[in-house]
Design a protein around this ligand. Structure first.
Ligand code: ZN
Length: 250
C-alpha cells in the first residue's frame, strides 16, 4: 500500500534539535493549521532540506502523516527571508513574531494568520519597514485574528465616541475616557494612536502598514500591544525580552 503523502506550504515557527541529527519543527500551514513535523537528518550535512528546516523558512513541504505527527519527506524553499537572516535584531524580532503566533494559533487552519506573519516578515526583510511600525501593527492584528480584539469603538463607561483623552484598559480589553475610571491596568493612548489602532484592527489586511502616526504615538501603541498580549495570553515571552535587549544596543 502506498503511504499517504500531503503537500502543503508551511512556515517554521520553531525548530527543536533532538537526538542525533534530527529536528522537530512547529510549522504553520495554510491547509493543516499548526502541526508538528519530524525532520529526520535535518542537521546532517548531506540533508537535502537543511535550509527549509530553519526558523522562519517558508517552504513547500511533502509530509507523511503518522498519528499526531508528520514526517518530512521533501521540502522546496519558497522564501528564506534573507534580509532578516542577515540582521540579528530583525531575526530576534522575527523569532518573537513566530513565538507570539504560535501562542495565538490553533491546530485549525487559519490562512489569514499565516498571511499576516508572512507579510510582517516580508515587510522587515525585503521592504525594510521600521520595526517601530511593523511590531505594533503586527501584534495588534494578530491579537484580533486570534479572537482577542479590544473594544475600541467608544468609551466603555460613558459611551462617548471617540473617548475623551483615550485610555486602554489592557486587562478588560476596552477603551475609556481618562476621566471615566475602570479597575483594570490602564495605558494612555493619543487620539492619533486610537485612530491608527482602528485602522490596524479593522482595515484592509493588504494596507496594514499604510497609516501615519508620529513616533510618540507608535511607541504608545507598541507598549499597549505588549501589555495587552501579555495580559490576554497570561504569559511573557523570552524572545521579546531578548529582542528588546539587543535592539537597545542599536
Ligand atoms: Zn467616558
Amino acid at each position: 500500500m502506498q503511504q499517504e503523502r500531503i503537500v502543503t506550504a508551511g512556515l517554521v515557527l520553531r525548530d527543536t534539535v533532538t537526538k542525533e541529527s534530527d529536528k522537530i519543527l512547529t510549522v504553520l500551514t495554510a491547509d493543516l493549521g499548526r502541526i508538528s513535523v519530524i525532520a529526520k537528518g535535518a542537521r546532517s550535512r548531506r540533508s537535502k532540506y537543511t535550509a527549509a528546516c530553519q526558523l522562519l523558512c517558508y517552504s513547500d513541504m511533502t509530509l507523511s502523516p503518522k498519528g499526531d505527527w508528520y514526517y518530512l519527506a521533501e521540502a522546496n524553499t519558497i522564501e528564506l527571508f534573507d534580509g532578516i537572516r542577515r540582521d540579528i535584531v530583525k531575526l530576534a524580532l522575527g523569532a518573537y513574531f513566530a513565538d507570539l503566533t504560535e501562542a495565538v494559533c490553533t491546530p485549525v487552519p487559519e490562512p489569514e494568520l499565516l498571511r499576516l506573519l508572512l507579510n510582517a516578515l516580508y515587510a522587515l526583510s525585503a521592504l525594510d519597514k521600521p520595526a517601530a511600525l511593523v511590531k505594533p501593527a503586527f501584534t495588534w492584528r494578530l491579537m484580533e485574528l486570534g479572537g482577542f480584539a479590544p473594544l475600541i469603538d467608544g468609551c466603555a463607561v460613558c459611551g462617548k465616541a471617540p473617548p475623551e483623552r483615550p485610555v486602554l484598559d489592557v486587562v478588560h480589553g476596552l477603551v475609556h475616557c481618562a476621566a471615566c475610571q475602570t479597575d483594570g491596568f490602564n495605558l494612555p493612548l493619543t487620539d492619533g494612536a486610537l485612530r491608527a489602532l482602528r485602522h490596524i484592527l479593522y482595515g484592509d489586511a493588504k494596507k496594514l502598514y499604510a497609516f501615519s502616526l508620529d513616533d510618540a504615538g507608535l511607541r504608545l501603541l507598541d507598549q499597549a500591544a505588549e501589555a495587552f498580549s501579555a495580559a490576554q495570553l497570561e504569559r511573557s515571552f523570552r524572545t521579546l525580552d531578548y529582542y528588546k535587549g539587543i535592539a537597545s544596543y542599536e
